[in-house]
Design a protein around this ligand. Structure first.
Ligand SMILES: [Zn+2]
Length: 438
């Protein structure tokens, strides 16, 4: 049989991105383009008692699965079908890891998965969706321009993973792109209220295909990118959650209405419910990122008060510590450096906040580098201050009559306390760093 244009271009696209050929399963590829899946075939199937929406217009490039695992858990017959919109790089990584990883997981290459900035803070889940329309939204499924080496024609290609998901692992929640507020119905087959599935059960989502939506350059883009722009507005809303109950295998007869699908793949499609979303993995990225930034911000705000106080006290009592004149100077320099440094960091961070590039991590921000430099300076300055402040503690007195051992009480106590606060902060930072490493 002749390969259709969608399948051919999709295959060329996968070649161009070095898709792992050993993890392909071409015998189970299935194209749902208008040519391969005619309009009189059903749009939905019932799988494991749930509606599975056929990804009409998409081409599936099957991914090899662990058949023993699938047979042991009866995955084809009792798990639901779902989608996860993502980038081609993330899709390849997921396929190579044989699963969708959770935020904070460490990949086999040693990279810690963060929640993407444009995703929901604090949501440490794998997200999927029963709706191909929802998975294909621009904030989830990425779109690529691709020129076919066959005829030099330009195409756009969108990427979504097709997965099976264990029903009793799924928490159902409404869409999070603001469609309800604007009364936009995203998917004709599912209400907006049930479009997101999430789970913390990493091994309860199994990838079995990469879906590509191949369009010529003149085709309309129905991905409704504008919907995603409001994602941050709605993400913090509480979601009502419904757990999908486990389905009995007996009730999930495989009814494959698609004459074109291979038996095993069709069974997959019919038995599964649409679940969805890889993109959700990266939602959690948002969360951890924002927490880091919030923590950083709090530290910065608190730390700004200390330099101001140090500057004022050092300046006011600059001649009131004859026993160790370096103590007021130490406070003044500490205050001036602190104010200058933190102001610079504030400016840098506000620029970074506005830029908000999707995959920027806090550790990569310029502000973070400056923060590290400042910490190094203060560390050195703290050691110097300790040499002046702590030995003086043995003989310091606050009666001005004896100039030799006199230091103004407020000045000395503040400098002493400030040193202790800094040592405590260092202790906290070290603990945090060790916590991240291990
Ligand atoms: Zn086709």
């Amino acid at each position: 049989m002749t390969e259709c244009e969608h399948s051919r271009v999709g295959r060329e696209f996968l070649d161009s991105v070095s898709w792992p050929i050993l993890l392909r399963r071409p015998a189970h590829d299935q194209c749902y383009c208008h040519q391969c899946y005619s309009s009189d075939l059903p749009d939905t199937l019932t799988v494991a008692g749930y509606t599975y929406v056929i990804p009409r217009g998409w081409s599936r490039f099957a991914v090899s699965v662990d058949e023993d695992f699938f047979n042991h858990h009866n995955v084809w017959k009792t798990w639901l079908n779902c989608y996860h919109g993502t980038s081609i790089d993330n899709a390849r990584s997921c396929v190579e890891h044989r699963q969708l990883l959770l935020p904070n997981d460490i990949t086999m290459y040693g990279k810690k998965l963060e929640i993407r900035e444009d995703h929901i803070p604090g949501e440490q889940y794998v997200f999927t969706t029963p709706s191909i329309k929802y998975a294909a939204l621009g904030c989830y499924g990425h779109t690529y321009d691709f020129r076919s080496p066959h005829d030099s024609k330009l195409y756009t290609i969108k990427v979504v993973l097709q997965c099976k998901q264990k029903p009793d692992s799924i928490i159902v929640q409404p869409e999070t792109v603001g469609a309800r507020e604007r009364e936009i119905k995203i998917c004709p087959h599912f209400p907006n209220e049930v479009l997101e599935w999430k789970t913390k059960h990493r091994s309860s989502v199994m990838i079995y295909g990469l879906l590509l939506q191949v369009k010529g350059e003149d085709a309309e883009d129905d991905s409704n990118l504008s919907l995603c722009q409001s994602i941050n507005i709605t993400e913090n809303q509480p979601h009502e959650s419904i757990i999908i109950p486990p389905q009995s295998a007996s009730s999930n007869e495989n009814v494959d209405n698609n004459p074109k699908s291979s038996p095993s793949n069709e069974a997959i499609n019919n038995n599964s419910k649409p679940t969805r979303s890889i993109a959700s993995t990266y939602r959690s990225k948002w969360a951890s990122m924002s927490r880091k930034r919030a923590a950083l911000l709090i530290i910065l705000v608190v730390s700004t008060f200390l330099p101001i106080a140090a500057l004022i006290i050092g300046q006011v009592y600059k001649n009131d510590c004859p026993m160790q004149p370096w103590i007021p100077r130490w406070l003044i320099i500490f205050g001036a450096m602190g104010l200058a440094g933190f102001s610079l960091i504030f400016i840098t961070m506000s620029i970074t906040f506005q830029r908000c590039s999707k995959d920027t991590e806090v550790g990569n921000d310029i502000g973070s580098y400056m923060f590290c430099l400042l910490i190094l300076f203060f560390l050195a300055w703290l050691i110097a201050g300790s040499v002046w402040i702590f030995p003086a503690n043995l003989e310091v007195q606050f009666n001005e009559t004896n100039k030799k051992t006199y230091c103004h009480k407020t000045l000395y106590k503040f400098a002493f306390g400030l040193s202790l606060v800094q040592y405590s902060l260092i202790g906290v930072l070290v603990c945090c760093c060790l916590g991240n490493v291990f």
